[in-house]
Design a binder for this molecule. Structure first.
Ligand code: PMP
Length: 419
């Protein structure tokens, strides 16, 4: 039985029985500012009193225009066009449509294969799930997914979490680059791999290959975008500018449903009409209320210099987690970047997901929220990804509760997977 939420305050959530939960994973790694932030809620209240909804083909709105200006200024390179959607999945779906239409526009309809990685997670809508290397979430859906985008997957070497440069090169060669519409990559993984970090050399090589062969590089920054990793965007760590960047989750930090697809000017210029009329869209996308939440969130991130703060707090949290890992044999490793971190766990291959769910339950009993991740025994993990404005004292409280949760897993399972 789930508890009934009563209210939230900063990193804390309370249920109707009066129990407090420290949010160690920002909901689903999306409530990046914590709860009840006045800078956001008061802007939303003002917007609600003015107007909640105006249809995107009939009006734009001041918060939407201003949000687009902020996002395109923050984004690297010439990611100068923004299309709004309501969820990360819709954003990925839109990116897949755009990549397909981009090649169709130039009479290259054969360029239709989408290459992604396994493990990866890009969303629950059919196209996004077809592009996801997440067998657990795809289970039973093959009849639906088989008719979706032509998708190929690159897989890491045995025992590794992410594919290396050579494996990506080989996968692209096997598909034949002239068939390739797009490569979709998570700079730092989430639900599938538990914060496995892409080698910057992979991102740089994919950028080179995209330029050489004319496919689009799509960065899924739904989780990693907007400060989470200690940079504005996960791709910034590699100095790479993708052709399409999808933002979600933290863009409105859980205050409203919102996501955004940023598109390079060169890609938008391939069409003789505005992207909005190329892509069509969703009824609620970019409505004024969600735009006000997004704008207030992004302005908060800028005003508090959140990426720099996350570099510091991420280092601090990581050190504390490394200490935990040394004390609890069930912990296999600590991974991630900034505050997109995870504890890799020694899992039982016969029972995945197993230990991650046990730990999430144990943590809940200690008043701590964690997010389970992984697709198999090698990737099974829990994400530790608190709000980006957490204080040091809050991070220490998180680790204290996590320590108790790990201790209460009796007995700590012996290491099962060796490589
Ligand atoms: N891409 C990534 C990297 C994600 O982490 C998620 C959500 N976990 C999605 C896409 C899908 O986003 P949503 O749940 O908002 O549809």
């Amino acid at each position: 039985m789930l508890p009934t939420v009563s209210h939230g305050d900063g990193v804390w959530l309370y249920d109707t029985d009066g129990r407090a939960y420290l949010d160690g994973c920002s909901g689903a790694v999306n409530t990046n500012l914590g709860h009840g932030v006045r800078e956001v809620t008061s802007r939303m209240r003002e917007q609600m009193d003015a107007v909640c909804f105006a249809y995107r083909t009939q009006f734009t709105s001041q918060p939407l225009t201003e949000l687009s200006r902020r996002l395109t200024e923050l984004a690297p390179g010439s990611l100068g066009h923004v299309q709004y959607t309501n969820s990360g999945s819709e954003g990925i779906e839109t990116a897949l449509r755009l990549a397909t239409l981009y090649h169709a526009e130039a009479y290259r309809p054969f360029k239709c294969t989408v290459l992604t990685e396994e493990p990866s997670y890009h969303g629950m809508t059919a196209g996004a799930l077809a592009a996801s290397g997440h067998p657990v979430r795809r289970r039973g859906l093959v009849p639906l997914l088989a008719n979706q985008a032509t998708v190929a997957k690159v897989r890491p070497r045995h025992g590794e979490l992410r594919a290396d440069v050579e494996q990506w090169e080989r996968a692209i060669e096997e598909i034949r680059p002239h068939n390739l519409a797009a490569v979709v990559i998570e700079p730092v993984g989430g639900a599938s791999s538990g914060a496995a970090v892409s080698d910057p050399a992979v991102l740089r090589r994919l950028r080179e290959l995209a330029d050489r062969h004319g496919f689009l590089l799509v960065a899924d920054e739904v989780m990693s975008g907007l400060g989470r990793t200690g940079a504005w965007f996960g791709c910034d760590h590699a100095g790479v500018v993708p052709d399409i960047m999808v933002l979600g989750k933290g863009i409105a930090a859980g205050y409203a449903p919102l996501s955004a697809v940023l598109v390079r000017d060169e890609v938008a210029a391939a069409f003789d009409r505005p992207l909005s009329s190329v892509l069509f869209g969703h009824t609620m996308a970019g409505a004024p209320l969600a735009a006000a939440a997004g704008l207030a969130t992004v302005e908060y991130l800028i005003a508090h210099d959140i990426p720099a703060r996350v570099q510091r707090s991420g280092r601090h949290l990581r050190i504390l987690l490394e200490h935990l890992a040394a004390r609890h044999p069930v912990v296999r490793d600590v991974r991630g970047l900034g505050l997109q971190l995870a504890l890799g766990l020694h899992a039982d291959p016969a029972r995945t997901p197993g230990v991650s769910l046990d730990l999430v339950t144990a943590a809940r009993d200690q008043g701590l929220l964690l997010y389970p991740a992984g697709i198999d025994a090698r990737t099974e993990s829990v994400m530790v990804a608190p709000p980006l404005n957490s204080t040091e004292a809050e991070l220490e409280e998180l680790v204290l509760r996590l320590d108790r949760s790990l201790s209460s897993l009796v007995p700590d399972p012996a290491p099962q997977v060796r490589d």
